[in-house]
Design a protein around this ligand. Structure first.
Ligand code: PLP
Length: 455
């Protein structure tokens, strides 16, 4: 049979509902707790930072949630996204396996982040919000949100992790082009930022710190809300459009994935592609495996502890039951900035704990090697984050060949690396250090967590 290289759907074929895996999880996650009282929080506790519709989605038990027409219309500017069979990569590997990837880098933001930026800006606008604050690591989320906010007539203030701000000036300028204001974090604009700078004037920053800064600004003004690009249930909900499309596209190929792979920062691109397939496991007895891939320098899923922890460094967010390295942990300055987060989304954490998904950690040099191999074969330069998924897909294909079997492998190519060319330069020069966090370092990071006293 002739191999389909590219499976495209028409606008009409795009699913019009997001999938909420909470409806189908055998064990529901434990509730988020109030940061001070340590009692389970209610929707009203989140009202200062999020619009009500997103809060409803955060706690919804409905299996499917309708995508609003205005969001569908904007999705249609770049969705459905293509699914590719990596025919050339398969040839280079000489593998018997079939490798597919869903490409989420083909939109204005260069990553999957646009899928949640658009609905988040939309719901905020609906509820009369005027300004949004947010954090960004590598800059993909900030870019995604900048365009979406501008489209809906909202102002945006972005706290960008300082190490990425310096590594990726192009991303800052893209955000500026879309009309956003970008500040390197830690900054002197907030108490949270000033506190970090007092302890370490050279702090490279972290997503946890940038979240604290963005939230601190948001809670001070009733017309300003805060927005997060990963981790939370409503973000993951929006990303399921990726997997819902992929299900239809895989059907057109006549293949079905044995394994679905996503790189892991807070869980949104992995969950987005994986959860619709996991639903098929849970409800229809399919046997697909699900693999998350995280950096060995930030190994919350493979070495972290499952416990209640804050989503930010200053302890402003609710306490969430998740795999974490401790909210004060500042990861090494690896180039996959979007994966430098201390915690993991609640849904993924519970599913990992219950054995529905798997996790592995990798060092960055191996991932860049895989990324360059992929670029040469397929012509797309992957985001450094996405190279972790590529490296794991290569592992799966090579293992299947050793076992003499053919597998169908599907991974999420979460973004392109056009703004990350200096990271590739370091790789080509042999200047990309590997770093692995040891068990002792993890112990230390977690033992340093200080929680507020319970009442
Ligand atoms: C933000 C980002 C990630 C990591 O975040 P998740 O929420 O875990 O998906 C991965 N890849 C790219 C390209 C990103 O921009």
């Amino acid at each position: 049979m002739e191999k389909l290289r590219k499976i495209i759907l028409s606008e009409k074929e795009m699913p019009t509902k997001w999938y909420n895996i909470l409806a189908d999880m055998p064990n529901k996650p434990m509730p988020p707790l109030h940061p001070v009282t340590r009692q389970p929080i209610g929707p009203e506790d989140l009202a200062a930072v999020f619009p009500m519709e997103l809060i409803k989605q955060e706690v919804s038990m409905e299996r499917y949630i309708d995508i609003p027409d205005e969001v569908i219309s904007l999705y249609h500017t770049y969705r459905p996204s293509p699914l590719f069979r990596a025919v050339e990569l398969e040839k280079v590997l000489g593998t018997k396996s079939k490798i597919y990837y869903k490409y989420e880098g083909g939109n204005y933001s260069g990553s999957h982040k646009a899928n949640t930026a658009i609905p988040q800006a939309y719901y905020n606008k609906q509820e009369g919000v005027r300004r949004i604050t947010t954090e960004t690591g590598a800059g993909q989320w900030g870019s995604a949100m900048s365009f979406a906010c501008n489209h809906f007539g909202l102002e945006l203030l972005v706290f960008m992790v300082k190490v990425s701000y310096n590594q990726k000036p192009g991303r800052k300028l893209l955000m500026n082009a879309y009309g956003a204001r970008v500040v390197p974090s830690p900054s002197t604009m907030t108490n949270a930022g000033r506190h970090v700078l007092e302890l370490d004037p050279d702090s490279p920053g972290s997503l946890g710190i940038a979240i604290s800064e963005a939230m601190e600004v948001a809670v001070q003004d009733p017309y300003t809300k805060y927005s997060l690009g990963s981790v939370l249930n409503h973000v993951i909900l929006h990303q399921t459009i990726v997997g819902e499309e992929a299900l239809i596209q895989m059907e057109k190929t006549g293949d079905y994935p044995d394994v679905v792979i996503g790189c892991f920062g807070g869980g949104s691109n992995f969950s987005g592609i994986a959860f619709p397939f996991l639903r098929e496991n849970l409800l229809k007895g399919k046997k697909t495996r699900f693999m998350t891939v995280e950096p060995a320098s930030c190994p919350k899923l493979t070495k972290g502890k499952f416990m209640y922890d804050f989503g930010d460094s200053a302890g402003m967010t609710p306490l969430l039951p998740m795999y974490t390295l401790g909210h004060n942990f500042i990861p090494e300055k690896i180039h996959a900035g979007g994966l430098r987060y201390h915690g993991a989304g609640v849904l993924v954490s519970q599913l990992l704990k219950d054995g529905f998904i798997e996790a592995k950690a990798k060092m960055q040099r191996e991932c860049f090697e895989g990324g360059v191999l992929f670029a040469k074969a397929e012509g797309i330069l992957p985001a450094p984050e996405s190279t972790y998924a590529i490296a794991a897909a290569l592992d799966e294909a090579r293992r299947a060949d050793l076992e003499g079997v053919s597998k169908t492998i599907l991974f999420n190519l979460s973004g392109h690396g056009h703004f990350d060319i200096s990271a590739y330069e370091k790789f080509f020069e042999g200047n990309l250090p590997d770093h692995e966090m040891t068990a002792a370092e993890v112990e230390k990071a977690i033992s340093e967590i200080e929680f507020p006293a319970a009442n």
